[in-house]
Design a protein around this ligand. Structure first.
Ligand code: ZN
Length: 344
């Protein structure tokens, strides 16, 4: 894969290509933006373009540097990526060398990036590059640096070797130390547009046009999620949640609903998108703005029971619930909070 194959992010890629063309590669970058939109993929391709021996502002995908980075066994590219096992292996081949395996899998059971991993990284960085002029380090989910690791890493950012290029990737920039952020050139990413996601879903999955449209909205510009998640399963789950909350009209809570945090978060997202549609319908916006057109009859039947103010209020509570879920607040408590708002 090369820059030219990445979907979306043309602005960010053109910035990186300009940097490569003018040979003004900085010592540290921070790629930030929503989850799974292609930040890490862009970082890996930036590393390839930096190391490529045939091309200046992209990668040729044929030279030994491009191929080794693709296989994750380039001696001058060091990647810390705890998500490695979840990543599509057709795009990210499994690492082959012991060093690269170590780099990717150290502590992979926990998301936390520990000081030992940073020390290992610093040791790697202390050796001069062997196959190129630069040594590139990519840290995916850099917000998971624990405080000891972040402090140790700060020293590297303060006095980096002249040949190093460090790329931090995060979807939670606010969790990074400001001292780390201030030492990096920031490149902000946004979600991929829904039409592009619909297009990609059309090529990859056997889904109706309505379903593709819904999923494109549901994934909120996250192409990675659209490609990786099981859409059929997600649509079935959406049906069940909407039925539970808006057709059965709040029966006693199903225990399954509270079984795990991920499921709870997804359910909150289904409800939010449903209410967004209800809001748009009531505000008489064009039908093209409705994400879930299959649910139009249900939305129309509910329109009279929900004022715009009530929808706004519930959406506010849903947002709060998502925030509290991150902080591990009791799910049942949060669910009751949402239900009481819907019932009011
Ligand atoms: Zn190349």
């Amino acid at each position: 894969m090369a820059f030219k194959d990445i979907k979306g992010h043309s602005l960010q890629i053109s910035v990186l290509q300009r940097i490569l063309q003018t040979k003004r590669v900085a010592g540290a970058y921070l790629f930030s933006g929503p989850t799974a939109v292609g930040k890490f993929l862009t970082a890996v391709n930036f590393a390839k373009a930096i190391q490529c021996i045939n091309q200046t502002d992209d990668c040729c995908q044929r030279c030994h540097n491009c191929l080794a980075i693709e296989r994750r066994n380039h001696p001058d590219v060091y990647i810390v990526d705890k998500q490695a096992e979840e990543i599509d292996t057709t795009e990210y081949p499994i690492p082959e060398t012991e060093t690269q395996k170590k780099a990717i899998s150290v502590g992979s059971k926990s998301k936390e990036i520990k000081i030992e991993e940073i020390r290992q990284l610093q040791q790697e960085l202390s050796y001069k590059p062997t196959k190129s002029c630069y040594k590139v380090v990519i840290i995916n989910d850099a917000h998971n640096l624990n405080s000891d690791a972040a402090n140790a890493f700060l020293k590297t950012l303060e006095e980096p070797p002249g040949y190093s290029v460090i790329i931090l990737v995060t979807d939670k920039k606010n969790l990074l130390y400001p001292t780390i952020i201030s030492r990096c050139k920031l490149l902000k990413f946004s979600g991929v547009n829904t039409a592009l996601i619909e297009d990609i879903l059309a090529k990859q999955q056997d889904l109706s046009q309505e379903a593709r449209r819904y999923l494109a909205y549901f994934y909120e510009g996250s192409l990675g999620k659209a490609v990786r998640e099981n859409s059929e399963q997600l649509l079935t789950e959406k049906k069940r949640v909407i039925n539970l909350f808006f057709v059965q009209r709040f029966p006693n809570t199903e225990q399954t609903f509270l079984q795990d945090k991920e499921r709870f978060i997804r359910s909150i997202c289904f409800i939010s998108l449903f209410l967004r549609d209800l809001y748009f319908l009531k505000a008489e916006l064009p039908p093209s703005t409705i994400a879930d057109s299959e649910n139009l009859p249900l939305l129309e039947s509910l329109a009279k029971d929900f004022s715009l103010e009530k929808i706004e209020r519930i959406m506010y509570v849903l947002k709060e619930a998502l925030l509290y879920t991150e902080q591990n607040v009791n799910l049942k408590l949060l669910l009751n909070m949402v239900l009481s708002e819907i019932r009011s």
